[in-house]
Design a protein around this ligand. Structure first.
Ligand code: ATP
Ligand code: LTN
Length: 327
């Protein structure tokens, strides 16, 4: 079995892009996999402490509702296995400031700001610690995270070279292109948690009527043909991607079915499919909401399983790097 690890930030509500582009894949590949709500990563930018706690639980519940089964995979909240901070420190002494400054995500978030936290620069080292602590072989991520996984590989190789073969060198696995869901109001930008576009973002827990309203108001074009052409018809192409994700049907089939029926009929079909697609998740989520004690217990169990794996790695890392054994 291949050991997989991936993480998602508890900043803002889960949207359809996260669900269709990442979480569904996690659910399909959950055996022998470890999935993590990365609350420590969410602290790298300004945030509300009370909201972070609530958001971390809520995201974990959404992941369970989406189909991650704590009997089949390890699902936990990052900070509940604190040894990751210890490995981050050790890797900080392997990483260079220069390579961290070159990370695109850091450059994007840093630019135009008067001051950013040291944590923002260190974000990819914490991510490397996540990945390396659990002996990860494959990291399912979106395209935007490939650079961070490459850095993780470099750090693991450098560590092994300096201290002897200790860490597993992982690789990124990226979903096929087309899996990117775009903003309904600006179909050239990705649907995103951190960009304020409430009408352009479908949240997985949006009421059906709200989902329908947003899809009907989606930006399209002045043509009338339903055709997949991201260059000239980004809005319609995005709706086709949504329909494909929601129904599991290939885009050419959908083009053939809706080509000439008009945008109104097409949008109504997309709305209905997306509502149906998200219905089981809403249902499962509300069941979990009624069982807060059970959620706490499942998360504690997940953290204990993750910690058992982590302790083995950190013991080897401490010995290799010349730290005294803990008595
Ligand atoms: P932000 O919007 O703040 O950049 P995010 O929505 O990308 O955050 P993350 O927690 O960074 O959320 O990522 C969780 C997973 O969801 C990642 O694997 C990411 O690639 C995926 N993802 C995020 N947005 C989309 C999208 N629009 N389409 C497909 N996948 C997406
Ligand atoms: N940086 C990632 C989230 C993340 C992650 C990880 C992904 C944190 N730790 C470890 C894969 C493996 C993001 O923004 N999507």
């Amino acid at each position: 079995m291949t050991r997989r690890f991936s993480g998602i930030k508890p900043s803002g509500e889960m949207h359809l892009g996260n669900y269709a582009g990442a979480v569904q894949r996690w659910v399909d590949l959950q055996d022998d996999s470890i999935y993590c709500v990365v609350d420590l990563h969410a602290m790298t930018v300004p945030y509300e402490p009370a909201a972070l706690q609530a958001d971390s639980r809520r995201l974990a519940m959404l992941l369970m509702a989406a189909g991650l089964d704590p009997q089949r995979c390890v699902l936990f909240v990052q900070s509940q296995v604190p040894v990751v901070a210890e490995l981050t420190w050790i890797l900080n002494c392997v990483a260079t400031v220069g390579e961290l400054r070159r990370m695109t995500q850091f450059k994007d978030k840093d630019s135009g700001q008067e001051s950013v936290s040291a944590g923002l620069l260190d974000y990819p080292v914490l991510m490397a610690a996540d990945i390396l602590l659990y002996g990860t072989e494959e990291v399912p991520v979106g395209e935007d995270q490939i650079q961070h996984v490459e850095l993780t590989r470099d750090l693991a190789i450098r560590f092994n070279h300096r201290f002897g073969d200790t860490l597993v060198v992982p690789k990124a696995t990226v979903p096929p292109v087309g899996a990117r869901i775009k903003d309904l109001q600006d179909p050239t930008a990705k649907m995103s948690k951190s960009v304020d576009s409430p009408q352009g973002t479908i949240l997985v827990l949006d009421e059906p009527a709200r989902i329908t309203k947003k899809i009907k108001a989606a930006v399209t074009d002045s043509d009338t043909t339903v055709r997949f052409d991201t260059e000239n018809k980004p809005g319609i192409s995005n709706l086709l991607s949504l329909l494909a994700a929601a129904t599991g049907r290939p885009i050419p089939d959908l083009e053939a079915e809706y080509a000439t029926g008009g945008y109104g009929t097409f949008k109504a079909a997309v709305a209905e499919a997306v509502v149906d697609y998200l219905a089981p998740l809403r249902e499962q989520f509300s069941l979990l909401e009624n069982e807060p004690g059970e959620v706490t217990r499942l998360l504690a169990e997940g953290a204990a399983k993750a910690d058992a794996i982590a302790q083995k790695t950190i013991t080897r890392v401490r010995a290799a790097t010349g730290l005294l054994a803990r008595s």
